[in-house]
Write a protein that binds this ligand. Structure first.
Ligand SMILES: Nc1ncnc2c1ncn2[C@@H]1O[C@H](COP(=O)(O)OP(=O)(O)OP(=O)(O)O)[C@@H](O)[C@H]1O
Length: 579
């Protein structure tokens, strides 16, 4: 079984709702986006009085007026222009802030759900895919919320206001716009369905490629050793090609939607221009409420016609953001749904359950466990009493369930039946987190983070002081390694450390915990040569002094140093020796 590391200080508080429904937006984000949309719509509507003043000025000059006749109008146009820019900028800023806040909220929910999912859940999302969704794809939510949402409100309000301004002058012009406008949303909606499906496929392909890459990079040594480089490269090329095809499909739809909109907008404006032109020439004598159009009215309508389509064009420009944003939200929500095995102890409770306790006794009562509803029973009514401060070895053939027992004691997954009592406290959802504060997990292959040796020991845990790290270096016997590296970082995944050094570093990590009462060690001497295994055993035993230690092991030498060993497969005690 792999190694687990849990930092009890990093416990998320809430669990997102189950199911794959898109998570509702936060109230603050909704309010911010609504205000932003209103400000931007108001900014767009200011063009109506500006156009009116402009048409009036040109009409006066055409009637023989001088510059002094249009001075006030010019100042009005300028003032309105300034107000318009100000409102537009304020709306944009507000929308962007609300969108970023919403992105952070959703990221936190997804990351919380991920951190709650059990490290022994094999259905956990691939690390590369989860990182891609939370880190990269989630960013697509920002343009969706900050640009698409206000653009949608603008597109549904501003054309109506412009229509209301044109209708009292000419019912024909209003009618032309009224017929041209709905064609645009209808076509956009038709295209939008395809755009969303294409975006979802593209995001899945991106996540898949990231997951694949991370997985293969981690296994590069194996791939090289087994001469599978060529096959892996071919697979990578195929995946990259599929991603390219999906990206092109998304772009094609994005371009198509803008082309459709431009076509209808251009046709609408052209028809208005033809009508106004022929009316001014006297060729068309209908369509107004009072006689013929004059130059001021005609110009006013002409200036407003492109503005009528402008919000729809804006909507089309950000249409792709909607598809990509909703697909990203779905991907985040799927992570947040986290419906596999989850670790116990999601709730915070006040006092540290084990803080004052001595090395606790552990009791497993009638323990039943299976990894999933369709999976076989791993343990069926397992009973065991471990004395306070006892050092115990689980022995048994591979697959007999030793690591599973350790995981259950650490609360990495809820048992299917029975109970676990640690120091008189039953391991349950409201106690597991605090019980874990007093535990350390030492696995076969501890995860070494990129960073210094001391940073890897302290792990940024609050309350770990310089003195604690110095003590831990000593306890894990890694002082020499720390000296050799100094302030230089270790390579990714612990490159630069031997297996034994990595194990001793894990022991040092455990030694840093002032609440440490229980040590769970999963095959700590596996894959080590005899001398290194002996060193690790000594470090482990000195750490376990006055603490309860349980090791799952195949190593008879390590088992011989324990107070007692039990065989998990036969459920019988084969050796009991007091030290
Ligand atoms: N995350 C998991 N999801 C589903 N089944 C699992 C998982 N981990 C282990 N198993 C299954 O549970 C059984 C017990 O596995 P476990 O790792 O506890 O055995 P073990 O005794 O520790 O073996 P080993 O000595 O090889 O480490 C095995 O049949 C294994 O296939």
């Amino acid at each position: 079984m792999g190694t687990a590391f849990f930092d009890a200080t990093d416990r998320p508080e809430t669990r997102p709702p189950d199911g794959d429904a898109v998570l509702p937006r936060g109230d603050a984000a909704n309010a911010g986006l609504r205000r932003a949309a209103m400000l931007q719509s108001l900014a767009a509507a200011i063009w109506i009085p500006q156009a009116g003043l402009l048409a009036l000025s040109v009409g006066r000059i055409a009637d023989g007026g001088g510059l002094h006749d249009v001075l006030w109008q010019a100042l009005g146009i300028l003032a309105l222009g300034l107000a318009r820019s100000g409102l537009d900028a304020a709306g944009g800023r507000l929308a962007f802030r609300a969108a970023r806040a919403e992105l952070s909220r959703r990221r936190q929910v997804a990351a919380s759900a991920l951190s709650l999912s059990s490290p022994i859940d094999r259905g956990r999302p691939a690390s590369g895919k989860a990182a891609s969704v939370i880190g990269e794809q989630a960013e697509l939510i920002v343009p969706y919320l900050a640009r698409f949402q206000p653009a949608r409100v603008k597109a549904s309000l501003v054309p109506l206001i412009i229509l209301a301004a044109i209708l009292p002058i000419s019912w024909v012009a209003a009618l032309v716009l009224l017929f041209a406008a709905p064609l645009i949303p209808i076509f956009m909606a038709l295209i939008g369905w395809r755009a969303q499906a294409a975006s979802e496929k593209q995001l899945v392909a991106t996540g898949g490629l990231n997951g694949f890459l991370l997985d293969r990079l981690r296994g590069l040594a194996t791939i090289r050793a087994l001469d599978a480089v060529e096959a892996t490269a071919l697979r990578l090329r195929r995946e990259a090609e599929s991603l390219r095809a999906r990206t092109m499909a998304v772009l094609k739809i994005a371009f198509l939607s803008s082309a459709v909109l431009e076509l209808f907008a251009a046709l609408g404006v052209a028809m208005i221009a033809v009508y106004v032109g022929f009316s001014l020439l006297g060729e068309i004598r209908f369509g107004t409420w009072a006689g013929r159009l004059d130059l001021t009215e005609g110009l006013f309508i002409l200036l407003l016609a492109p503005a009528f389509f402008e919000p729809l064009r804006e909507l089309s420009a950000v249409w792709h953001d909607r598809a990509a944003g909703e697909a990203a939200m779905k991907a985040l929500d799927a992570l947040a749904a986290g419906d596999g095995l989850s670790i116990r102890g999601t709730a915070e409770i006040a006092p540290a359950v084990l803080a004052a306790a001595e090395a606790p006794a552990i009791r497993l009562e009638n323990l039943v466990f299976r990894y999933g509803a369709d999976e076989p029973l791993i343990h069926d009514g397992f009973n065991l009493d471990i004395a306070a401060g006892e050092h115990l070895a689980f022995l048994g053939v591979s697959g007999s369930g030793k690591s599973t027992l350790l995981s259950l004691m650490a609360g990495l997954a809820p048992s299917t039946g029975g109970r676990i009592v640690i120091g008189g406290v039953e391991l349950a959802d409201d106690t597991a987190a605090n019980l874990r504060d007093g535990m350390a997990w030492i696995g076969q292959k501890p995860h070494i983070f990129t960073g210094t040796v001391t940073g890897n020991i302290a792990l940024g845990r609050p309350g770990v002081l310089r003195g604690d790290v110095a003590y831990a270096l000593d306890a894990g016997r890694v002082g020499k390694v720390a000296d050799a590296y100094g302030g230089r970082p270790l390579g990714e995944g612990g490159i630069g450390l031997s297996g034994g050094e990595a194990l001793r570093l894990a022991i040092a990590r455990a030694a840093c915990n002032p609440h440490l009462r229980i040590i769970l060690a999963d095959e700590p001497t596996a894959h080590l040569d005899a001398a290194t295994a002996a060193e690790v055993t000594e470090s482990l035993l000195s750490l376990a002094r006055a603490r309860t230690l349980i090791v799952a092991t195949h190593d008879p030498l390590l088992a011989a140093r324990m107070h007692r060993s039990i065989r998990i497969d036969a459920d019988i005690m084969i050796r009991e020796a007091a030290e």
